[in-house]
Design a protein around this ligand. Structure first.
Ligand SMILES: C[S@@+](CC[C@H](N)C(=O)[O-])C[C@H]1O[C@@H](n2cnc3c(N)ncnc32)[C@H](O)[C@@H]1O
Length: 360
């Protein structure tokens, strides 16, 4: 089996002593957004966009006193502060190596702990075997108690092909949970993706942002939480979603900075005054998969783009999430839009694309 990890964290000795090594997780495909955001908010000594060649994991080497600032990143889900790593075999013998490797490391445990594991690759053992071997090493070395429900310390022991990576998981729940949602839309977008779409669109203070398929309001609420001084409007054909979006905005503390209205994205001229112009139109489009109405999708995409056009300025941007990238590209081009970026992400197990368009 090919050795996967050529990281400085894995191979460099002096690197281990300098600063904190943090592995953050994100939506696979958004690693570059994490790096951009991290370099604005932190001092980065070194970074690896796809840690161990795995999508959705970014390695950051930062000053020790900036670890708490990592929690402010909007583009990430979990934070794992790395302690050490070592090579292992992929057969059953790997479990002994995990026991010995974990035993050798200094792992700062609280009074109780649990081990969690993510395993990528083919091994003759499971993640549960890894948890057991690593947990036993920690019990034998530190005589601390295991608490599976509410441990003081969560030790992450990940196995990626022939590399075992050990760290402390600093997040309890995913940072994608921004506020307690008052309304759960059946197809609610992960706010980490919403943030990524806002960044890809290059949203700036003063912009007018429209989400014409807003559902429970995720994109508009994310924008309100991150940027000041935006003019934010969400539209959805479903009155239940619009009522839910208002409730979510209230729960998120941004109700006075957003607007949501019921309307049809294919007939925007019926809801918006003609001199109303939008800087950024950003939407998580319907895919037609859950509803089984795939036949309606080409019509929705094309009628929406036609209806949007009069509300765009020369420099407006349109950023759309879909699983039907080719369909969207061909409709856009036939309507005189230019695709300037197309970014593949993993969205709830589906390959999806964030497509950035400009009026041509
Ligand atoms: C994928 S969901 C959006 C979910 C949303 N991003 C969220 O996080 O809650 C698509 C939404 O498009 C709405 N929709 C479908 N056809 C529409 C149309 N013609 N005009 C406006 N909204 C429409 C649906 O009601 C649904 O709420």
């Amino acid at each position: 089996m090919e050795s996967c990890c050529k990281s400085t964290f894995i191979t460099g000795h002096e690197a281990l002593d300098s600063g904190a090594w943090i592995m953050v997780t994100t939506v696979p495909g958004l690693e570059d957004i994490v790096l951009r955001e991290a370099s604005e908010k932190l001092s980065i000594f070194g970074a690896e966009e796809r840690f161990c060649n795995v999508g959705g994991r970014v390695l950051l080497n930062i000053p020790l006193n900036q670890v708490n600032q990592v929690f402010t990143l909007r583009s990430i889900e979990h934070i794992i502060q790395l302690i050490g790593s070592f090579k292992i075999k992929c057969d059953k013998g790997g479990l002994n190596q995990i026991y010995e490797g974990v035993y050798r490391l200094d792992v700062p445990l609280g009074s109780t702990f649990r081990v969690s594991c993510e395993r990528i690759g083919e091994h003759e053992f499971t993640s549960i075997d890894v948890q057991r071997a690593a947990g036993q090493a920690l019990v034998d070395k530190y005589a601390k108690k295991v608490d599976l429900k509410n441990p003081e310390t969560i030790v992450r022991v990940d196995v990626i092909h022939d590399t075992c990576i050990v760290g402390l998981q600093r997040t309890r729940t995913s940072l994608r949970i921004r506020y307690p949602r008052a309304f759960q839309h059946y197809s609610a977008l992960n706010p980490v993706i919403a943030y990524g779409m806002l960044r890809i669109s290059n949203v700036r203070p003063g912009d007018r942002v429209l989400d014409a398929f807003c559902g429970g309001g995720t994109i508009i609420i994310e924008a309100a939480q991150v940027w000041s001084n935006l003019d934010l409007l969400g539209i959805d054909i479903s009155p239940k979603s619009i009522e839910g979006a208002w409730r979510n905005a209230e729960a998120a503390g941004v109700k006075d900075r957003v607007r949501f209205i019921v309307g049809d994205a294919r007939r925007l001229e019926k809801i918006l005054p003609l001199d109303w112009k939008v800087d950024k139109a950003i939407s998580n489009l319907p895919f037609g998969i859950r509803s089984g109405r795939m036949k309606a999708i080409p019509g929705i995409y094309s009628d929406f783009l036609k209806s949007l056009k009069p509300f765009l300025k020369e420099d407006s941007k349109v950023c759309l999430l879909t699983v039907h990238r080719d369909l969207l590209s061909s409709i856009s081009e036939s309507l005189n839009f230019k695709v300037i970026e197309s970014k593949q992400i993993l969205y709830g197990g589906l390959q999806a694309w964030i497509v950035l368009l400009v009026p041509a």
